[in-house]
Design a protein. Structure first.
Lengths: 225, 215, 407
């Protein structure tokens, strides 16, 4: 019972969703199930949020290494919860829009959340440079091809690329870097993208069938048959 | 107030950037603040959007959608994980989610990523128009179409699982992985500039807004 | 003598009136040219039921106004709808010049409607006659998707066939996937160094099939971790993923005969926010220094941040995702990368079970089908375009038709 019912649910729901594509009266079932998922996710957040509180308060209580930082995390969490749920400083009061102009929730978002996220994102500039440096020391043919293609595309979008090959005559214009970059994007890049996408889709089909038929059960904490 | 906010944002920005040098208490503080604030932010957003905006509004409107109660029941089942004796019930909403995901993705990925991609690859290799002379299309189009068709074909050969990459099959697979590597290189090169522009944005904040150095 | 002078007073007002009339007609004429000459209305307005829906859409087609010839006389069309027998027409949409089709998505099943289409010009509207009546109906089956159904059924049938006919002892050949062969080595390294494993199942929730793929691989990896008695650290970004991962790892430890060694703290929820999660994971990486990092699931821009931080601590990194935009970064920065389809095959590959491996064979059948359609389609399109031939023209059109999904 504990193992059979979940597998039956997976099978039924999966099969119904697949078939609903072909029958207009029930074709919106996919959207309905997506709504149920959104509701389940909020309930599940109590488990996740509860875990966050438990782990950090445990570290504080037992004075584990770094417990000060756990206090900072807890403080941030509860302040943001209070600011949002109680709509503190909200110009519209308790009935106003949670992110109303001047509300504490919106200020915390603008001053803290946004700058932190934008800066983490900006770190990518440094990381892409270090990854490129590593790729420059390409040790095999595959990595060399990746590197050369990346280099051409990168240069093709800069004035340097335009200038470097501007001396090439018009009849061989395809060899000018910007034109070469455009050609790479429209031909071999397109071919590779298609092969990858077709492969992924077939992989999804196979995996989905394994899940629906109950051949793959690891996610339930049950050994596969 | 605005100045205070700018100083806070600058403090946090520089704290995150300091991680590039090494892990340090400044970064740890910023990380802890980020985790706490963002977890709180998402809970508040999910609560107002999904519980009040979706669920509550859906069952209390003029034409109530009582099917939303299914979601609520499954959500409560999920929470029963906290009760050890009946914790196994939490597998039911999980099975629902996995079954729905599997069913939804199977059809959607198949139609958009297999059917659509295959039909887009069915290109004539030589002249593009009916009744046109054989080589009326430009070399650029001809070579391009050949590369697209052959590249897609050999890329699929590379991903074959049940055949060893030997002989002619192996050569085709090799061409396939080269095509895929070109694709990866193109994506890589294409994204580099956009990543640089993100950094420029933060530098403008630091030197422009915070330090007021750039007018 | 002043006799003629006496007739001038009569002339003046007449002349004034004449001049006024000339100016008036001139300005009227000028207004007409400024506002545009009226255009011909659209003709032959035909309304029909949109096929294979729930009866909430109707199609309207018309013959273009004869003045719609690129001269900018016609600036568009406006479509009006009324109930059958009613004169109360309401506007339901617009179309551009040159367009002769409109899909009305706001109708009710079983209710009769009629339509009029007006050609718009700068001076106003030129209405067509009223169309035929249409009653949108619900269709039970979407026959437009017949080709999707048949091809999908073929591929699903081949996967199911190989799963069900897999026999124990008769091993199917599966080519080696470097990233998966390296898992043993990677976990062995963690055992030797006495350092933990870090497992990141992506940043999406369980409603993404990539996350499910990551969790199924977690089951296999967790079993090895339990067998070798090393620590696994799994910070997650979603609460449902946390619940699922705990079930998976708990079962793996139970299967290894070590249920007491399992601890719920192996899986920790961090935050739903993408970059907040990455900031925390980066911190975990540099402080706990895992020997091996697994990144298996859906990733976005943070993929490179994770991979580069992992490089900085000298960890072995095995990544896999079906996000084509992130694959290049993993390939460039990680030791091994499972490219797209390989992520979904990984669980079957690692299980070594005949039934699971059979599904990979079914996947290959699907690829073969795609390749055959591409070969036939490209060759028939090339020959039919270059040399004609009714068979090749028919073949090219047939292949195009079966591989195109109509709405």
């Amino acid at each position: 019972m504990k193992r059979q019912v979940p597998l039956l649910i997976t099978f039924t729901v999966g099969a119904v969703l697949i078939l609903s594509t072909f029958f207009p009266p029930v074709e919106t079932m996919g959207e309905d199930f997506s709504l149920y998922f959104d509701i389940i996710a909020v309930f599940a957040f109590f488990l996740g949020g509860g875990n966050l509180i438990r782990v950090n308060s445990d570290a504080i209580a037992k004075k584990k290494k770094g417990w000060g930082f756990s206090m900072v995390t807890m403080a941030g969490f509860f302040i943001m919860l209070a600011a949002g749920l109680l709509k503190l400083w909200n110009p519209g009061g308790i009935r106003g829009d949670v992110a109303g102009t001047g509300s504490m929730f919106q200020l915390l978002y603008d001053w803290i959340f946004n700058p932190l996220g934008a800066t983490m994102y900006a770190l990518l500039a440094f990381y892409v440079a270090s990854a490129s440096y590593r790729a420059f020391r390409a040790k095999n043919r595959d990595a060399t091809i990746l590197l050369v293609a990346a280099f051409i595309i990168l240069l093709g979008r800069t004035p340097l690329g335009v200038y470097a090959t501007s001396w090439i005559p018009e009849s061989f214009s395809i060899l000018q870097i910007p034109n070469l970059a455009i050609w790479i994007m429209s031909s071999p890049n397109l071919a590779g993208q298609r092969a990858i996408m077709i492969g992924i889709a077939l992989g999804v089909v196979s995996m989905s069938l394994r899940l629906i038929l109950g051949v793959e059960r690891t996610y339930l904490g049950v050994d596969s048959e | 107030m605005e100045i205070f906010g700018t100083w806070v944002a600058a403090f946090l920005t520089l704290g995150i950037i300091s991680f590039l040098y090494r892990d340090n208490p400044w970064y740890k503080v910023c990380e802890s603040i980020f985790v706490g604030i963002s977890a709180g932010y998402w809970f508040v957003t999910l609560f107002f959007d999904n519980i009040l905006g979706l669920f509550w509004a859906g069952i209390t409107r003029e034409d109530p959608n009582y099917m939303l109660l299914v979601g609520a029941v499954l959500g409560v089942m999920m929470l029963l994980r906290l009760v050890p004796s009946i914790g196994w019930i939490s597998r039911w909403p999980l099975s629902f989610v996995v079954g729905a995901t599997a069913g939804f993705y199977l059809i959607n990925y198949f139609s958009s990523n297999v059917m659509l991609q295959v039909s887009s690859t069915l290109l004539p290799l030589l002249s593009p128009g009916f009744g046109q002379p054989l080589f009326s299309s430009s070399l650029y189009d001809v070579v391009g179409n050949i590369i697209v068709a052959a590249g897609t074909f050999t890329g699929l050969v590379y991903f074959f699982f049940s055949k060893e990459h030997k002989g002619a099959f192996g050569h085709a697979a090799k061409i396939g992985i080269w095509t895929i590597m070109i694709t990866f290189g193109a994506s890589f090169g294409y994204t580099v500039m956009s990543r640089m522009s993100l950094l420029i944005g933060r530098m403008e904040f630091i030197f422009g807004n915070w330090l007021g150095m750039i007018r | 003598m002043t006799v003629t002078r006496k007739s001038k007073p009569f002339l003046t007002p007449i002349i004034l009136v004449l001049v006024f009339l000339v100016f008036l007609s001139a300005s009227l004429f000028a207004q007409e040219t400024a506002s545009g000459i009226s255009v011909a209305p659209p003709a032959n307005v035909v309304a029909s039921d949109f096929n294979y829906d729930r009866g909430e859409q109707a199609e309207v087609r018309w013959k273009l106004s004869s003045d719609d010839n690129g001269s900018a006389g016609v600036i568009g069309y406006e479509i009006f709808r009324a109930g059958v027998g009613s004169e109360d027409f309401v506007s339901v949409g617009l179309a551009l010049p040159g367009e002769s089709y409109f899909l009305d998505k706001d109708v009710q099943k079983g209710v009769g409607y009629v339509y009029k289409v007006a050609a718009l010009y700068s001076g106003g509207q030129s209405f067509s006659d009223v169309s035929n009546a249409v009653i949108p109906e619900l269709e039970m089956i979407n026959w437009n998707l017949l080709n999707l159904f048949i091809i999908g059924l073929l591929i699903a049938a081949s996967v199911i066939y190989f799963i069900s006919h897999a026999k124990k002892g008769r091993k199917l050949f599966i080519r080696k996937i470097a990233g998966l062969e390296a898992i043993d080595e990677a976990i062995g390294r963690a055992t030797e160094m006495g350092r933990p494993i870090l497992f990141i199942p992506g940043i999406n929730d369980m409603d993404d099939v990539q996350t499910i793929a990551g969790i199924t691989i977690l089951g296999r990896v967790a079993r090895m971790v339990a067998d070798y008695d090393i620590k696994i650290n799994m910070p997650v970004s979603r609460s449902i993923v946390m619940t699922t991962a705990r079930e998976t790892i708990k079962e793996a430890y139970a299967g290894a005969g070590r249920p007491d060694a399992y601890n719920d703290d192996m899986v920790r929820y961090v935050t739903d926010e993408q970059f907040g999660y990455v900031a925390a994971v980066d911190g975990i990486m540099v402080r706990e220094k895992p020997a091996t990092c697994f990144y298996l699931g859906a990733f976005f821009a943070e993929s490179l941040i994770l991979a580069e931080t992992g490089n900085s601590i000298g960890a072995i990194q095995i990544a896999g995702t079906a996000q084509p935009a992130q694959l290049p970064f993993f390939v460039a920065a990680c030791d091994y990368t499972l490219i797209g389809e390989e992520l979904f095959a990984a669980s079957a590959y690692l299980s070594n079970e005949p039934k699971q491996l059979g599904s990979l064979k079914g996947q290959d059948i699907g690829k073969s089908l795609a390749m055959i359609i591409i070969i036939i389609g490209v060759i028939s399109a090339t020959i039919s375009r270059a040399w004609g031939g009714s068979f090749f023209i028919w073949l090219s059109e047939f292949v195009n038709k079966i591989s195109t999904i109509q709405n």
